[in-house]
Design a binder for this molecule. Sequence first.
Ligand SMILES: NC(=O)c1ccc[n+]([C@@H]2O[C@H](COP(=O)([O-])OP(=O)(O)OC[C@H]3O[C@@H](n4cnc5c(N)ncnc54)[C@H](OP(=O)(O)O)[C@@H]3O)[C@@H](O)[C@H]2O)c1
Length: 353
Amino acid sequence: MLGSMNDGEVLVTGANGFIGRWLLCELTGRGRSVVAMVRRAAEREAELRSFVSAHGGDARLLRVVEGEIERPGLGLTAPLTGVRAVYHLAARFEFGAGVEQARAANVQGLLEVARWASEQRSLQRFVLLGGYRMTRPEPAMRAFERPISDRARAAIYRGRGAYEVSKHEGYWAFRRFAAERGLRWTAVHPSTVIGDSRTGETTQRTGLTATVAMLHRGRMPAMVGGAKTFVPVVTVDHLARVLATVIDNERTVGQDLTVLDQRTPMLPELVAMLAQHCGVRAPKFSLPVSLVAALPQWLSGIDRESLAFITDDQYDTSEADEHARAMGIEHPPLEQSVERWCRYLIAQRFLSA
Ligand SMILES: NC(=O)c1ccc[n+]([C@@H]2O[C@H](COP(=O)([O-])OP(=O)(O)OC[C@H]3O[C@@H](n4cnc5c(N)ncnc54)[C@H](OP(=O)(O)O)[C@@H]3O)[C@@H](O)[C@H]2O)c1
């Protein structure tokens, strides 16, 4: 358990990103003093502060510093002292990135942050943002559980999305590093994150946002997946509450928390729900993932990398649920949250996605 705000600071990487912003609000709202590490800090600080103030946080507890995870020592211009927890959220979260670009941030960058954190004598916890597919990896990804040759690694990346594979590789490289250095870690693995449950607000353009945009524009003639396809969602405010409180719960040390709303309906019903909020008809037909994967992207209109997330897998959320119960946190109402998120996306013209 971390003590009061005077006992030390929390460092958040990727603080300017979608999840990072809500986490800053939640942490400072709970009285923690937070160092937000961002690129182009001078340019972004004022906006980030006003976001935090406008979303229930306390900008007085926020310090914005310049940092770049791919640089030795994170490119910090002044040493940080008294950091007791690191939340590592910075990642190249983008479909279509090259293998080397994705690995530079999601593998080497992650290890650089872990190295820096392991050198902080005050550190008590390292919180890593993974992704829910990490807890149900396809067999090829299991090769990353042990160090592998460059050739074997290249074979795994071939034909797959670099974002998804680099997240698996980074996670396992981190686990080995943490075991060697005795780093006290917690990994949080969210599913697709949708907007704030109260307003629908989001900054995320990838994934399901693109699906809602296609539906709304009448450009989705068929669905992908079957009756049991499960693409779970979680609201960003729920995720931020879970994240902010893991450092208060000793039981989460060494745990992988899969954070998603188990009430998310199967994909056909979810798409029907989204179509209703968009005021359009849901597509009547479904195509198997294997068929869509074989079509050129210009024809299917679907980003190939997103197909890795369209599966019938179910996920074990028991550790995250137990943590949420212990902290008195509940998922907000699902249908209302999905509706607000759709309305926000429509009003914001899908963030120009
Ligand atoms: N959102 C989801 O649905 C979802 C689901 C599962 C897991 N996750 C994971 O959650 C984490 C946060 O995701 P997010 O949705 O908040 O993504 P995001 O909005 O893209 O934010 C990522 C942040 O990382 C920063 N970043 C990237 N490369 C960096 C570098 N080399 N040095 C310093 N900062 C760097 C970006 O900064 P710039 O603004 O300067 O580019 C950005 O602020 C990621 O690890 C992601 O894989 C997200």
